[in-house]
Design a protein. Sequence first.
Length: 101
Amino acid sequence: MIGFVTTPETAPAVMSAVAAVFTERNSAAYWSPGAFLIHTGTHSGQMFIPFADETMDYPLRVDVTPRDFEETGQIIDLLGGLDARVDVDPAAIVDPAADEI
């Protein structure tokens, strides 16, 4: 999975900034990439925010994607820019202590 790795303290601020993109336009915050605790691997204890190119191109409304909002670029810049994205193994965000389904 491609996205940003950040601290547990920073991730909620990023999620609030994403929500503000909608609420500042008098809309419900109906989309978020989410933030997930990384349980294993190099980034264990950090948070993962998925943000692959497909995420940025996801249609939120007819002909509107996250890429179309100026704030999306600002959030990406605060996270270090697109080049700061990393590839995280999906298994790394699965809590090893969780019961199997």
